[in-house]
Design a protein around this ligand. Structure first.
Ligand SMILES: Nc1nc2c(ncn2[C@@H]2O[C@H](COP(=O)(O)OP(=O)(O)OP(=O)(O)O)[C@@H](O)[C@H]2O)c(=O)[nH]1
Ligand SMILES: [Mg+2]
Length: 442
């Protein structure tokens, strides 16, 4: 049993020797600036700067003095978080300074003179992970929360930070450990007549759960990265006019000449709490003009990668038209001021504004469907997806395995793949990639 539990030990004892500091608040002039410290030298640094250690976790107003000259640098709120009950699990402190550039500079100089060094991006959170204060999913959620631009992104990041996604994966890992124990018992005691439970249905059920989660994979990733809605249709139907109306500014040139738009133009908007990139494309038609033909080629490429397509036609000039895209297509008739809409699809007049608010509501609902919804939390990163694909393949192999030894090996591969997501196994090589995308001070 030991060999199963072994790789899942938390990477403890990773307490770092160096004391780091960074500005945790934004750069630039502000009322306050928060300087954060972490590491074994924190208590000594605080004592040198503020005279004596304040009581733990209580804000204390202190004069901060330059260690060499004794000159007053600032009057600040000082917070002291002794290990292990701190963000990083190490001794930590926060100095709530006045936000002026000179104050921040002076403190950074004083801290460096006392032997601390500036933190690297994500280093506080990396230490928190290494000290077992959070798993990798929670660390990634911290980064997502900082980056969150919309309410839906904030909710997703918070759910992940609370460990809901981690709970799902840990639950699966727990089931796998039981299945692996059974498989190993069958290897270790082949003839003592240990009754071998038939685990095939349980493995198959687990595999189905992983497959369903993977099928849903784009939901969480889309919300993190934003949704791409491509506006396509024949020339001159009003695609560019529509993009300008939805974005509320003049993104694209509008003209009565068919074939005006050539490059794919982008506008960022937020609908239903979901960040959306609207893409205006060249009108789809065969053209002898090489520039327009290139525009049409680009339009088709964007259609192939869309999350949702808005297929626009001209109500006053109905012509059979169908866009080709793997994404869901929403049909929309424009120019209803000139003629009644030909079919049951959504209808607008960009010119008069009729139908635009219904269109916005419809797009917001679709955006929410494509990203959120009830049910289990969605996976949020390509990194998780890759590991889950590996786990699912290993479960498929386990089901087909002809001998208990082989089945055990496949189950072990699946378990390791799941462990890599939360960071319980073999992640040293990817830590740099993960934490370098953080901002400094987090
Ligand atoms: N009457 C009327 N005219 C419109 C409406 N929407 C757009 N137009 C006009 O239709 C013409 C074409 O509009 P665009 O937005 O450039 O059309 P497009 O689909 O982007 O055209 P291409 O870029 O050439 O493919 C312009 O003269 C617009 O003013 C509408 O709702 N009603
Ligand atoms: Mg256009």
């Amino acid at each position: 049993m030991n060999k199963i539990a072994q790789p899942f030990l938390r990477p403890n004892g990773a307490r770092s020797e160096q004391t780091i500091f960074a500005l945790a608040s934004g750069a630039g002039r502000a009322a306050l600036a928060v300087m954060r410290l972490s590491g074994p030298g924190t208590a000594a640094l605080l004592a040198r700067l503020a005279g004596r250690l304040p009581p733990p976790r209580r804000a204390s107003l202190r004069r901060l003095l330059a260690p060499d000259t004794g000159e007053e640098l600032d009057r600040a709120l000082v917070l002291w978080f002794p290990a292990p009950a701190s963000y990083t699990g190490e001794d930590c402190a926060e100095l709530h300074l006045h936000g002026g550039h000179a104050v921040v500079e002076a403190l950074a100089e004083a801290l460096a003179a006392l032997g601390a060094r500036p933190a690297e991006p994500g280093e506080f959170t990396r230490r928190a992970f290494l000290n077992g204060r959070m798993d990798l999913l929670e660390a990634e959620a911290v980064a997502d929360l900082i980056e969150a631009e919309t309410s839906a992104q904030r909710r997703q990041a918070l759910a992940q930070l609370e460990g809901r996604l981690g709970d799902l994966y840990r639950g699966w890992a727990e089931q796998l450990r039981t299945l692996l124990a059974h498989a190993e018992a069958a290897i270790d005691f082949p003839d003592v007549g240990v009754p071998e439970p038939d685990d095939a249905p349980a493995i198959a059920a687990l595999r189905r759960a992983l497959a369903a989660h993977l099928a849903d994979a784009r939901r969480g990733e889309r919300l993190r990265e934003g949704l791409t809605i491509v506006v396509a249709g024949p020339p001159n139907v009003g695609k560019s006019s529509l993009i300008n109306a939805l974005a509320g500014r003049e993104i694209a040139i509008v003209s009565p000449i068919p074939g005006t738009t050539r490059d794919a133009l982008e506008a960022r908007i937020v609908l239903g709490g979901v960040p959306i990139t609207l893409v205006d494309t060249a009108g789809l038609r065969d053209s002898a003009d090489p520039i327009e033909a290139e525009g049409v080629r680009r339009a088709r490429a964007r259609l192939a990668a869309a999350d949702l397509v808005l297929s626009v036609t001209d109500a006053s000039f109905p012509a059979p038209f169908a866009v080709r895209s793997p994404a869901p297509v929403l049909a929309l008739a424009n120019k209803t001021d000139l003629a009644p809409p030909p079919g049951p699809e959504l209808a607008v007049s960009v010119l008069t504004g009729a139908g635009l608010s219904e269109l916005r509501a419809r797009l917001a609902a679709l955006a929410r469907d494509l990203t959120g919804g009830a049910g289990p939390p969605p996976l949020t990163r390509a990194r998780h997806r890759a590991a889950l694909i590996e786990a699912e393949a290993a479960l498929a192999a386990a089901l087909a395995a002809p001998a208990p030894e082989l089945r055990a090996e496949d189950l072990r591969v699946a378990l390791c793949a799941l462990g890599r997501i939360t960071g319980t196994v073999g992640v040293e090589d990817i830590l740099d990639t993960i934490f370098s995308s953080f901002c400094i001070g987090k």
